[in-house]
Structure formats: structure tokens, C-alpha cells
Design a binder for this molecule. Structure first.
Ligand code: DAK
Length: 260
């Protein structure tokens, strides 16, 4: 598939998706949001050979510096709400993607950029990463899930402060507060994301899909997570992969999973 604002490169079975609008600090305009939708709904990242997806930003300054402010000047209540719904749906699609999606945060991750990073399953950041939800500076609120996901990662006390003050926090704070999984030098960012995906790729693919669904289920409907775990356990217990994984353990050899 051809994209204007996304670069898609395959390396060792991993798709690296680069938001490619460096001059606008990779701000998410409508076209980029559409392309994210097209990418995640296409067969490319779902094909059985793909181990996972890494999302990063072009250049060394920004992951994504927000939604493209220059495109939002003509919003009214109806189009604003419609766009928030569409944007949330795209980010849900990333959050529920059946293979690991890792944000490699290489600079500013603000507004929609912070929301995009939070929709990914894991985050690795470089020392130059800066996170924030500065929407109130513009007189709006986050519309792509930021008010909800920021609480999940950094807790209500901090989320309330950063959503109201529009302040940024740095990569070390993001690590200490649990928003990012690893903080690594800029030049090792992709390598770290790749090593996480390669490790996950040695596990049972059906089990990984179920883990993603269940962790997300906790936040969508906390009361039903235990019941969903019982159901999902039944699913994984019936797979060929489980039989292979158990046999491999007993035979003291690596497992060869088929995703069945
Ligand atoms: N949108 C458009 N252009 C942007 C941009 C953005 N978010 N961020 C940066 N740019 C552009 C700048 O305008 C500048 O373009 P030129 O002037 O060169 O043409 C270029 O990128 C370089 O930026 P700066 O010159 O400002 O670079 P600095 O190093 O001085 O500053 C900065 C870097 C990241 C601190 C600064 O650029 C900045 O504060 N950027 C804006 C951050 C921000 O407020 N982001 C938006 C948050 S609001 C919605 C749902 C969600 C949202 C909106 C609507 N709906 C449902 C409708 C979400 C909104 C947000 O994300």
C-alpha cells in the first residue's frame, strides 16, 4: 500500500512504521490518521510472518508533536465530536492489535502524540522524549483517549495535574511513573523495541493475542476481567500451541509455535 505520511519498512519480520512529517514535527493531520487506519486494518501487519510493529517519528526531534493544530481551526461541536470518535476508534484498533505494537518515542510526544504512544502495547523512550497533554493551552481537551489512558499509566493525581497544567514531563519521569518500559540511548531505541518483539515472537501467538485482549479488558470493563480470563484460558488450553509448548518443556527443547 502507498502512503503519503507513513514510511513502512520491514526489518527481520518487524514492520517499522515511521510518521513522516518531520517539518511539522510529525503532527497527526487528517491524512496521517486515515493512513494509520488503513495500515492497521490492512493485511500487511497481520500477515503471519510479521512479528510486530514499531511506531516512531521521522527525524531526531519528535515522535509526534500532537494533532495538526493548523487543521483544527474550523472545528464545530459536531465535527469535533465525530473526529474524536474516529480518532479514538483508530487508537482502539492499535490497542487491540493482535501482535505487539511498540512506540519508540524519539522526542516530543505531545497531545495526540502522547495519546498514540499510550495506545501502543509497550513504550521505549530516548532521553530526548518529552511527554504531555497540552490541549488545554488551546482551550480543548485530549480527544483521542488521553484523559482516560494517562490515568491508567501515571495515576489520577499526576494525570489531573498534567492534564490541567499542560506541563511536559521527561523520559526519566515517564520511566519512574510507569508510562515507558525502557529508557535507552537514542541510537539503541529501535534495537530495544526489536529485542522486545523478538522475545515475544518466541511465545505462543494465540496466548499473546489473549493477553493483549485481557489486559485491555481490565480497563474497558474491570468487573468482567476475571470471567474473560477463564474463557480465554479455555481458548489457549485447546490450542496446538499449548500441546507443543508443554511437549517442548518436557523434552527440554525450544517450542515451535504455529499460532493454532
Ligand atoms: N501541529 C501543527 N504543526 C506543528 C505542531 C502541531 N501540533 N507542532 C509543531 N508544529 C510545527 C510548527 O508550527 C513549526 O512549523 P513552521 O512554523 O516551521 O512551519 C514546526 O512544526 C517546528 O515547530 P517549532 O518551531 O515550534 O519547534 P520548537 O522546537 O520551537 O518547539 C514544540 C517544539 C513541540 C515545543 C512546539 O512545536 C510545540 O509546542 N508544538 C505544539 C505542541 C502542541 O500543542 N501540540 C498539540 C497538542 S493538542 C481532536 C482530537 C485530538 C486533538 C485535537 C483534535 N479532535 C477530535 C478534533 C489533539 C490535539 C492535540 O494534540
Amino acid at each position: 500500500m502507498q502512503y503519503d505520511n507513513l514510511l513502512v519498512e520491514e526489518k527481520d519480520g518487524i514492520l517499522v512504521l515511521t510518521i513522516n512529517r518531520e517539518k511539522a514535527l510529525n503532527a497527526l493531520n487528517r491524512q496521517t490518521m486515515l493512513e494509520l487506519f488503513q495500515f492497521f486494518s490492512s493485511d500487511d501487519p497481520r500477515s503471519s510472518e510479521v512479528k510486530g510493529v514499531v511506531i516512531t517519528g521521522a527525524g531526531s526531534k519528535a515522535f509526534v508533536a500532537g494533532a495538526d493544530i493548523k487543521e483544527f481551526l474550523d472545528l464545530d461541536p459536531k465535527t469535533g465530536a465525530e473526529m474524536a470518535k474516529k480518532g479514538q476508534d483508530i487508537f482502539f484498533m492499535i490497542e487491540q492489535f493482535p501482535k505487539p505494537v511498540i512506540a519508540a518515542v524519539n522526542g516530543f510526544a505531545l497531545g495526540g502524540g502522547c495519546e498514540l504512544a499510550m495506545a501502543c502495547h509497550l513504550r521505549v523512550a530516548s532521553p530526548s522524549a518529552r511527554f504531555g497533554q497540552p490541549e488545554v493551552n488551546l482551550g480543548i481537551i485530549p480527544g483521542y483517549g488521553g484523559t482516560q489512558r494517562l490515568i491508567q499509566y501515571i495515576g489520577k493525581t499526576r494525570a489531573m495535574e498534567y492534564l490541567m497544567t499542560a506541563d511536559m514531563f521527561d523520559a526519566q519521569q515517564a520511566l519512574d511513573w510507569g508510562l515507558v518500559n525502557y529508557l535507552v540511548p537514542q541510537e539503541e531505541l529501535l534495537e530495544k523495541a526489536f529485542s522486545l518483539i523478538n522475545k515475544i515472537a518466541t511465545k505462543g501467538p494465540v496466548a499473546i493475542q489473549e493477553v493483549i485482549k485481557l489486559v485491555n479488558a481490565h480497563f474497558a470493563d474491570p468487573g468482567s476481567g476475571f470471567d474473560k480470563e477463564v474463557e480465554a484460558f479455555g481458548v489457549t488450553a485447546g490450542t496446538e500451541d499449548f500441546r507443543e509448548g508443554a511437549a517442548a518443556f518436557i523434552e527440554k527443547r525450544p517450542a515451535h509455535f504455529k499460532g493454532k
